[in-house]
Design a protein around this ligand. Structure first.
Ligand SMILES: [Zn+2]
Length: 349
């Protein structure tokens, strides 16, 4: 089969990621082999290629989000069969520890992100990928393979942030930072699904227009120095109930200051830097919550796929790349010039 393999770390993905012919993997009794129709790009692909912040097993295949068709199942597998349409849940956790069995599999100490920490040669940028049965979720015929790959990780993460961590309620004022990023595009739609008043931010006019298309009620440019004053103005100086944050250092102190009494900031990243400060008076005088989130549960992925199948949530797709040009997706991500998710199609060279 064809697979996108790299055998050494480098700053430049085009130097090291090559399409190679390798053997189709043999599956264990509890595993499923999937003919991969679409794989979506995530930032952890770049961390793996760069070897920062961690070295990854070599030779390496990246790719955490796949969709495709079940090709073969191990003898212990009962929930899917050959021919089923499926997506990956890329969170490999032990499923036995206290955290896993209390519904916090994303906090499992043995957790590995499939395609990032796994290997050698075990990820989703290939024509046939294998995963344990528990990491395979069936999808409706109403969802295209491209949409399914695009929505799964970011959709699950956004759902976990807003529904589980921030306890979103109908009618709230919700600020979605970076509204055209992978998580942001879904965050806007989840907040609208809850009938919230959604203020999105973006870094240029084109991205701001996209936020409005996705359903945001208001949009501001977070690259302008007074962006937070505009948000405050939109809310008649009340501030917001929830801030959905992943931009980090350049916006964090202002984002915290925008919270109403008892409001919640939920963070899942820090693209512009992680060494931020906040005014602690906001924390105790206003009784605010600052919470973190990474990924989500299999059940949250299923919730997300339900709303995607019902056309209430739709991923924004930046580009669909033929597999032989797949490394261009990594370059686009490095340059930050994508709006929404980029996809490659391993069966279409
Ligand atoms: Zn565990």
């Amino acid at each position: 089969m064809k697979a996108a393999v790299f055998r050494e770390h480098d700053k430049d993905p085009e130097k090291v990621v090559k399409i190679e012919d390798i053997d189709i993997p043999k599956i264990k009794p509890n595993e499923v082999l999937v003919k991969v129709e679409a794989t979506s790009y995530n930032y952890n692909d770049l961390w793996a290629i760069w070897g920062r912040p961690i070295k990854v097993p070599m030779p390496h295949i990246s790719g955490t989000d796949i969709s495709g068709i079940v090709e073969e199942v191990g003898e212990e597998v009962t929930s899917v069969r050959k021919g089923d349409r499926v997506v990956s849940h890329g969170n490999l956790s032990c499923r036995i520890c206290n955290l896993c069995t209390s519904g916090r599999e994303y906090d499992c100490e043995k957790r590995q992100v499939w395609g990032f920490q796994t290997g050698p040669l075990w990820g989703g940028y290939c024509q046939y990928a294998h995963l344990p049965e528990v990491n395979i979720v069936k999808i409706s015929n109403n969802i295209s393979f491209e949409d399914a790959a695009a929505i799964s990780m970011v959709g699950m993460t956004s759902w976990h942030m807003l529904v589980d961590r921030a306890r979103i309620k109908p009618g709230q004022d919700v600020l979605i930072m970076g509204g055209t990023s992978g998580v942001g595009m879904v965050g806007i739609q989840i907040a609208k699904l809850h009938n919230c008043n959604v203020i999105a931010t973006a870094g240029n006019k084109q991205k701001m227009d996209k936020c409005l298309e996705l359903g945001a009620d208001h949009v501001v440019n977070h690259r302008e120095a007074d962006w937070y004053k505009k948000v405050r103005g939109i809310t008649n100086k009340k501030g917001v109930d929830i801030v959905f944050e992943h931009i980090g250092k350049t916006v964090f102190p202002q984002a915290v200051a925008l919270l109403k009494m008892g409001g919640t900031l939920v963070s899942t990243g820090a693209t512009t830097g992680y060494d931020s400060t906040i005014d602690l008076r906001y924390l105790f005088f206003r009784g605010i919550n600052i919470v973190g989130a990474t990924q989500g549960t299999r059940a949250e992925l299923e919730d997300m796929l339900y709303w995607t199948a019902n056309k209430k949530i739709k991923p924004l797709i930046n580009a669909v790349l033929p597999f032989q040009n797949m490394v261009k997706g990594h370059v686009m991500m490095m340059n930050g010039d994508q709006i929404g998710k980029t996809i490659t199609t391993p069966q279409k060279l």
